[in-house]
Design a protein around this ligand. Sequence first.
Ligand SMILES: C[S@@+](CC[C@H](N)C(=O)[O-])C[C@H]1O[C@@H](n2cnc3c(N)ncnc32)[C@H](O)[C@@H]1O
Length: 384
Amino acid sequence: MALEGSYDLTRFALDAEAEIQRLNAQIDLFWKQELALYRQAGLQDGMRVLDCGCGTGYLLHKLRGVFPNLHCTGIEVDERLVAVARRTGGGRERWQIFQHSISSLDFPDDAFDLVVARLVLEHLPDPVAALKEMRRVLRDGGKAVVIDNDFDLHERTWPDSPALGDLYEAYRRARRRDGGNPCIGRELPGLLKAAGFGSVDLSLLAAHSHVLGDAAFLKAEGSGIPAQLVKTGYLSPDTLDRIGGQWRSMLSRRHHAIFRMLFAAVGEKGAVAPALDSDLESNVTTYTASSSSGSVEPALVSVDRLRRFILETLANELKADAETLPTGESLIRSGVDSMAAMALCSRLESQFGVTLSLADVLCDSSIDDLARKVLSLAPAGDFA
Ligand SMILES: C[S@@+](CC[C@H](N)C(=O)[O-])C[C@H]1O[C@@H](n2cnc3c(N)ncnc32)[C@H](O)[C@@H]1O
C-alpha cells in the first residue's frame, strides 16, 4: 500500500527499531491524561474501538489492560507496523489489525463507538478527508478523539534550551516538505467541524518531568529523528551538537524540568455542523473574483490555485523562474525580500480580500503555508 504524507517508518528516524520503541514511550508519556480523556469521551468496557494509524498497537494494548472486554480494531498503512500491531495482540480475541488507509476505511457506516487517530493527522495531506471517514464509521453519538502535536508549542525545558527551537524549525520544514502539517494541533477543532462533527471540544495534554521523571522523556524523544534531520540536510551537525550540549547542561541542573504538550480534540457524531466550516472542506472554497471585463464571477479557489498565484507573484517580483522557487521552504531562505513580500501582501489583498502582515510572509512561512493561510482567512462563501 502506497504511503502518503510525512510519516514513513523507514525514513522518519535513523533506526526503525528504535522508532518503534519511541512510539510506545510516547504513549506511556501521556497515558494517564489520555485514559481520562477516553473515559470522558464515553469509553466503557465492551465497546468497539477503532485506532486509525495504530502504529505498534500499543494504545489498544493499554486500553485493553483497563477494559478487558473491549473490541479492538486497528488500521495501519505500514506493512511492518501492521505485523508489529498483530504481534502486540498476541492472538487475543476481539483484536483485529487491518492494512488500510485512514482516508478510505473498509468498514461499514456506524461500526464503532469510539474512533481514535493519535499523531496521524499531522502527517496527512488531507486531514479533513480522514476525519470524514472517521465520522462515517462512528455510530450516532459516538466520539472521535484526535491527538496531535503543534511544533510551535512543543517541548520546553528549564533552564531553557534555545537550540531546541532550531531543531523544531528543521522538523517543521521536513514534515511540510513531505506533505504534513506539523502545527496542526491548533487547527484540530476547526478541522473536526469541517468534517461534519457538530459538537467539538479541545484539551491540552501536558507531560512534566517532575511528575513522570526524566527517563520517560528521554525514551519518548530519542535521537533518531534529529539524526535523520542531519542526514537529510535539514539540520546542521553543529546545531545537533549545540542541542546535545544544552540538553546535557540542562539535565545537570538540580531543579531542571522538561515539559511537553499535545493537542487533543474530541468530536461527536450527531449534532449538526455549523455552515461556516464549508470553507475548510477538501481545502476548496468558492469566491467571487473580478474578471478582466470588470464583472464579478463565481469561481472555485483551492490551495493549489492559491499556491500557483503566490508562486507566480513572487517569481515576477524576484525576476525568477517560478519553477525554481521551492513551495515547502521558508520564503526568507528562498530569497524572498521585504519588497517582494510587500508586493505579495498587496496583491493578495486586492485579488482575494485577505490581509496578511509582512511577518506572516517572512517568519518561517513557506508558499504552501501561505496558500493554506489565505484559504483559511477567506470570508466563507465569498472570497471577494
Ligand atoms: C507518529 S505515528 C503514530 C502511531 C500511533 N498512533 C501512536 O500514537 O503511537 C503515525 C502513524 O500513522 C500511520 N499512518 C500514516 N499515514 C496513514 C494513513 N494514510 N492511514 C493509516 N495510517 C497512517 C503511520 O504508518 C504511523 O504508524
